[in-house]
Design a protein around this ligand. Structure first.
Ligand SMILES: *Cc1c(COP(=O)(O)O)cnc(C)c1O
Length: 407
């Protein structure tokens, strides 16, 4: 009897993390394995548009020291109004939106937005707000136009919102075709167009000026939403900033991810529009929140707003500009190095995404590459997104691996 208890106790210590509680938690082998795997993959995470140089270490230190880790905060409600849930970071959220709004061409006195759960959440709001606005103006639901290389969330969200969708063809580099838009446009219905900035695999930016010129030829009311999850992070900090300017490109809303360029370590994002668009949404007065809940979500993450605010204060415009410039320079460097070893590769203008002939599965795994297929470019492809951690040294490592395979 005693022996079996000892055996059982030993088993719990050795295999304690199976279905039992880890005790103490910091010696749990399952967690150790996770940590080892993350540290191994981290420096070579090239395939997805995520800044792996998260700058939140000091934030976490402050957060724990402040004791806020024991407080369950929530940004439920409209950050611009006083809601009844006071354990929120709404004033910080508004400050973040007032920092970013003007970068996308929205004036502070005609600005509305929220910190979202993700880029997809921002697209959901853009499509929802656009459809509601057009329906209110015309009594008709719009047709949604989006390119066939745009992020899949847009088509999915049209399905979810039960909106008629027309997928517009793209040119070989992934930009929405103005000719096909013209062909598929139904001017008897309002138009809700989602511009891709950029397309998922090739990193193409829809040519908004050319597409707007097509729309201008027709009398129907138009709402433009820009899906700028990745590019909307860095373009405002470059010489190409006009491309994400709502006044220049005439869009009504934009969605940007927080975990991509900005390096927030969990999914988050910005949805920004004008006060004018927001005010025309149907009211959803919810007495128990003492709030008009025109946005889709009830609960929203209060800590994300603090992280964004922290990054504005600790990284800010100057460093983000340096990072954006360096990323585009590194993209050029990587493209040139691949050209030098004769590895077929392509890159769109303004883009930090390089797509190329797919290397071996070993390299795909080692660098967490995202894969695609396109017969126009010779078949199997992969891509790299040159984020802040993909510097010259990391690129040289990658090129050496490709070269070894190219022999
Ligand atoms: C990443 C991305 C999305 C999805 O954003 P999430 O933040 O992952 O939901 C949508 N559109 C584009 C253009 C993207 O790059």
């Amino acid at each position: 009897m005693k022996r079996s208890i000892i055996l059982l106790a030993t088993a719990i210590v050795l295999f304690g993390c199976g279905k039992h509680q880890c005790n103490p938690i910091d010696t749990c082998p399952e967690l150790d394995q996770l940590v080892a795997q993350c540290h191994q993959l981290h420096p070579n995470a090239f395939g997805y548009p995520v800044n792996q140089r998260s700058a939140l270490h000091e934030f976490y230190r402050w957060y724990i020291n402040s004791g806020l880790d024991t407080v369950n905060m929530n940004n439920v409600g409209d950050p611009w109004e006083q809601s009844s849930y006071l354990l929120s970071t709404h004033p910080f959220e508004v400050e973040v939106l007032e920092y970013f709004g003007p970068m996308y061409g929205f004036d502070k006195d005609n600005l509305w937005g929220i910190i979202t759960n993700s880029g997809t959440d921002g697209n959901n709001h853009g499509i929802y707000f656009g459809a509601n606005l057009l329906q209110m103006q015309t009594g008709q639901l719009p047709i949604v136009y989006v390119s066939d290389e745009a992020h899949y969330s847009n088509a999915r969200l049209c399905d979810l919102q039960n909106l008629e969708l027309r997928l517009i063809k793209t040119d070989s580099m992934g930009r929405m075709s103005p000719e096909d838009l013209e062909k598929q446009l139904d001017p008897s219905r309002p138009c809700l167009v989602v511009y891709a900035m950029g397309s998922t695999f090739k990193g193409a930016i829809d040519d908004m000026e050319a597409l707007n010129a097509v729309l201008d030829k027709h009398p129907m009311p138009v709402y433009r939403h820009v899906d700028a999850a990745l590019f909307g992070g860095y373009l405002p900090f470059t010489q190409y900033k006009d491309m994400v300017n709502s006044k220049k490109m005439r869009f009504q809303s934009i969605s940007v991810s927080g975990h991509k360029f900005f390096g927030i370590d969990s999914p988050s994002g910005l949805f920004i529009t004008s006060r004018e668009v927001y005010d025309k949404q149907a009211s959803y007065d919810i007495p128990y929140l003492n709030a008009d809940m025109k946005m889709i979500n009830c609960s929203r993450d209060a800590v994300q707003a603090l992280k964004f605010w922290w990054l504005i204060k600790h990284i800010g415009t100057e460093q983000w500009s340096e990072q954006a410039t360096a990323m585009l320079e590194c993209t050029q460097y990587m493209k040139a190095e691949m050209d030098k070893i004769g590895w077929p590769c392509w890159c769109n203008e303004y883009s930090n995404t390089i797509f190329f002939r797919r290397p071996s599965q070993a390299i795909v795994n080692k660098y967490s590459l995202a894969c695609g297929h396109n017969d126009m470019f010779g078949g199997d492809l992969a891509h790299v997104v040159v984020m802040q951690h993909v510097n010259h040294e990391a690129i040289d490592r990658f090129i050496a691996d490709l070269k070894a395979e190219n022999k």
